[in-house]
Design a protein around this ligand. Structure first.
Ligand code: NAD
Ligand code: IPM
Ligand code: MN
Length: 347
């Protein structure tokens, strides 16, 4: 039996997760998988109620007692400091050392691509480093609140940290039969971290002579993802660059409403969440697209060793798009729940 923690979180998080859970239950039923789901109350409501975010004991229990978690989104305008998101989201990523942020952006139908002369195929797997870089929290503020205030935020890049994410990207390329891995950095300006990333990229890449490799500066990459996205297959980047580019990758393949992501420590623990956030602008309207959350179920099933069940879910997602059963972001009129129910029934 597999145990999965379900964390709705904030805003549209609980809405998209509520649409994804019946899909998971339906596909588990079909394939005879035993998946026990437990709801966890984490997010802004709880923080505003009792001041707790993710107590260490609960965090350890989550990681120790569950095979994985499915999360909606964390972030709420009532918590401007975002302290609860840092504790829950970044807390889990850092504490469980989930160094791979895997964000696949695959175009399900050419009509979903907003680009003029849209390519028929876009299939980019982003490998975002998930435990260091500018997110490490190193730095501080000096003379805060005065005109002399200084804010320092350091980018932390360790050989170990860079090596393992670059390796994950090449391993994925080899496993998935992809031809090219692209490193995205800013080595022309950020020379210290750039030199480290490029040395590791070449050393690790040499182990896969059959996989081509190239390096692109992040500014040029932002342009090229619009100009010729079909060129890119596997992209590896630091924490911040990966964060930014994976939203762009989502948009050229249909939008944030479709883009799943996995926070993974291979062989250890993982949680899956849409790339999007809590979308306060549409929360409570029933219009949030649940496909990103439902495609997180695909990644979760793969993690649990049930890829065939995941394939069924992905096929049903494609069928929903082809049938025009879609939320307003994709031009449809269906609600979050209706899309989820249609896909669960299709499965
Ligand atoms: P966002 O991703 O929540 O929203 C950006 C835009 O995309 C909005 O217009 C929103 O309506 C739209 N959108 C997002 N998901 C959608 C969906 N499923 N269906 C239809 N439209 C969708 O980004 P934001 O507005 O910058 O952030 C809102 C909050 O979410 C912030 O607190 C932020 O910190 C947080 N956030 C959390 C996560 C996470 O939990 N992993 C990720 C990103 C942002
Ligand atoms: C994401 C989000 C988070 C990040 C925020 C909410 C801290 O944007 O998961 O992509 O920057 O990693
Ligand atoms: Mn992001």
């Amino acid at each position: 039996m597999k145990r999965v923690a379900v964390i709705g979180g904030d805003g549209i998080g609980p809405e998209v997760v509520a649409a994804a859970v019946p899909v998971l239950e339906a596909v588990a039923d079909k394939h005879g998988l035993h998946v026990a789901l437990d709801s966890w109350d984490l997010g802004a409501d709880r923080y505003l109620r009792d001041g707790t975010t993710l107590p260490a004991g609960e965090r350890d229990r989550l990681v120790d007692e569950y095979d994985a978690a499915l999360l909606g989104a964390i972030g709420d305008p009532r918590v401007p400091s975002n302290v609860h998101a840092r504790d829950i989201l970044l807390g889990l990523r850092f504490h469980a050392d989930l160094y791979v942020n895997y964000r696949p952006c695959r175009l399900l139908a050419p009509s979903l691509c907003p680009l003029i002369d849209a390519p028929h195929e876009i299939d980019i797997a982003f490998f975002r480093e998930n435990t260091e870089g500018l997110y490490a929290g190193v730095g501080g503020r000096f003379k805060a609140g005065t005109p002399d205030e200084i804010a320092v935020q350091e980018s932390v890049n360790t050989w170990k940290g860079v090596e393992r994410i670059v390796r994950a990207a090449f391993e994925h390329a080899a496993r998935a039969g992809r031809e090219r891995v692209t490193l995205v950095d800013k080595a022309n300006a950020l020379v210290h971290e750039g030199a480290l990333w490029r040395r590791v990229f070449d050393e690790v890449g040499d182990e896969w002579p059959e996989v081509r490799r190239d390096a692109v500066y992040v500014d040029a990459m932002a342009m090229d993802l619009v100009r010729r996205p079909e060129r890119y297959e596997v992209v590896v980047a630091s924490n911040l660059f990966g964060d930014i580019l994976s939203d762009l990758g989502a948009q050229i393949t249909g939008g944030l409403g479709l883009a799943p992501s996995g926070n993974i420590h291979p062989g250890s623990w993982a949680f899956f969440e849409p790339t999007h956030g809590s979308a306060p602008d549409i929360a409570g309207t029933g219009t949030a697209n649940p496909l990103a959350a439902i495609r997180c179920v695909v990644l979760l099933l793969e993690w649990l060793g049930c890829s065939e069940a995941g394939d069924d879910v992905e096929a049903a997602v494609v069928a929903s798009v082809e049938a025009g059963v879609a939320t307003p972001d994709l031009g449809g009129t269906a609600t979050t729940r209706e899309v989820g129910d249609w896909i669960a029934a299709r499965v």
